[in-house]
Design a protein around this ligand. Structure first.
Ligand SMILES: Cc1ncc(COP(=O)(O)O)c(C=O)c1O
Length: 464
């Protein structure tokens, strides 16, 4: 993926280094953010709440919670020193033209991206299974939204079907919004998708927001990188230099990398004719949408996350793949558990989808049993499973999962027992969204009666 010299450079962490130099330097701050001095107490005076904050966060974390306009710590909105260098290294590592750091999650990153793509004056084709942040932002920006049909089978992505129909009817879309790595582990086959997208928009041009929330780490493993959004976009743009196209890819770095919660990347890639304008539009959107109080520890963690992924990502993804394979193997031999395939055709020659090998879906035979297992895993073994879908539980084997944790899980599988199911009556509304994962079950214009009945465990429904 990179030369040795390049790898060494890409592991540098210029922003985190700068923050470390400032953390605990004892600078008297006449601006804001008293938390540091209130909990530092150099004169030995303390209070129970200050003590609690110190116990909870640790003195180094508190020392790094800074608000400083120091030149070395750079300007968030007009970066030109350590933060700019860090972002350039991140762009290079992923293969983007530019990368922005966001400290308000991909929820915020998606709003920034849609603002940058000027969806308020655009005809926008939207994959309906997008995260709620996309639906709400499109609504707020008063975009002319068209939902792509749900694919009749898995051989063509619904967005491609819609583009094909539009082309036949002499219509066009200005912006496409697509999710390529869902919480459930289905991945869009990026090369195939981009080849079709190019075929259908080569004449008209296109702007695309790709939400790759769950799989930023894939870019750091040679085999997984072959389907990683930023790398595939780069390849498609290089293969078709006449294609007028702009791409923004958003990723929750915190979901899969060594980044703190709410740390998110927005990667910018475009054809030569669009790049300058897109860069300017994204910077302006960050300025308009992002909090003016970015968390410096989160920014630093985005720097560290890229350095760490360049240095260790391949080995850690490899370990996660091995552990996931072990879980599947155990599930095949323990009675009462089966491996479930959420997209049965995924990976097939004709399929528009792939299955994320770092996600393991296990079928426990009935929703009640799945729920009981989930509860028992938590109560008895300290194992948290975030997602139940009917009779299956989803185990995400991220790079932080250790062999010892998988041992615990394997041991637990042998002692599962049954529990109660939870019923839910879905209220009518414009969107119906279960959180997690925050993906609408119903979008405006759809009939409630047409929805599949879902067993949702303990998740809450809300309407908007
Ligand atoms: C597909 C998708 N996009 C975006 C988000 C929002 O990301 P964040 O939690 O970083 O705000 C999520 C959250 O689960 C998601 O699943």
């Amino acid at each position: 993926m990179w030369t040795i010299a390049q790898s060494r450079r890409l592991t540098d962490t210029p922003y985190a280094d700068a923050l470390e130099r400032h953390a605990g330097a004892g600078i008297a701050n006449f601006h804001a953010l008293p938390i540091g001095s209130l909990t530092h107490a150099p004169d030995g005076e303390t209070t129970p709440h200050a003590e609690q904050a110190r116990r909870l966060y640790g003195s180094r974390m508190l020392a790094a919670e800074l608000t400083l306009g120091s030149p070395e710590l750079d300007s968030y909105f007009r970066a030109h020193r350590s933060l700019a260098r860090s972002r350039r290294l991140t762009a290079e590592a992923f293969g983007a033209d530019d990368s922005h750091y966001v400290t308000v999650g991909t929820t915020g990153a998606n709003q920034i991206a849609l603002e940058a793509l000027r969806v308020g004056t655009a005809r926008v084709l939207v994959d309906r299974s997008m995260h709620q942040s996309i639906h709400f932002a499109l609504d707020r920006l008063q975009a002319d939204v068209h939902y792509a049909p749900t694919a009749a089978d898995d051989t063509e992505h619904g967005v491609i079907t819609a583009l094909r129909r539009a082309q036949a009817a002499g219509d066009r879309y200005d912006v496409v919004v697509i999710g390529v790595s869902a919480y459930d582990g289905s991945l869009v086959q990026m090369r195939r998708f981009l080849a079709s997208l190019h075929e259908l928009t080569a004449e008209t041009g296109i702007a695309v927001l790709i939400d790759e929330a769950w799989t930023a780490i894939h870019s750091f493993h040679p085999a997984m990188r072959r389907n990683a959004a930023v790398a595939c976009v780069r390849e498609a743009l290089d293969d078709h230099p006449d294609w007028s196209a702009s791409f923004l890819v958003t990723q929750s770095a915190h979901k899969s990398m060594l980044a703190m919660r709410q740390g998110s990347y927005v990667h910018v890639s475009a054809s030569a004719d669009r790049l300058m304008q897109l860069r300017a539009d994204v910077s302006a959107a960050v300025y308009r949408v992002h909090t003016t109080s970015p968390s410096l520890p989160i920014l630093a963690s985005l720097d560290i996350a890229r350095g760490h992924a360049v240095a260790e990502g391949e080995a850690l993804v490899e370990r996660a793949l091995t552990l996931a394979a072990r879980l599947r193997e155990v599930a095949r031999r323990v009675p009462g558990i089966a491996v479930h395939h959420p997209v049965p055709s995924a990976g097939g020659a004709q399929s528009a989808y792939l299955a994320d090998p770092m996600k393991v879906h296990l079928d426990f035979g009935s929703p009640e049993r799945a729920q009981a297992v989930r509860r028992e895993l938590y109560d008895e073994y300290g194992v948290y499973v975030s997602r139940q879908d009917g009779r299956t539980l989803l185990f995400t084997v991220h790079i932080g999962v250790t062999p010892a944790q998988v041992d615990t899980l394997v041991e637990a599988f042998e002692t599962v027992c049954c529990g109660e199911s939870v019923e839910c009556a879905c209220p009518d509304g414009r969107w119906i969204i279960a959180y997690p994962p925050g993906i609408p079950l119903q979008v405006p214009g759809e009939q409630l009666a047409a929805l599949p009945v879902q067993q949702i465990g303990e998740e809450l429904y809300s309407t908007f």
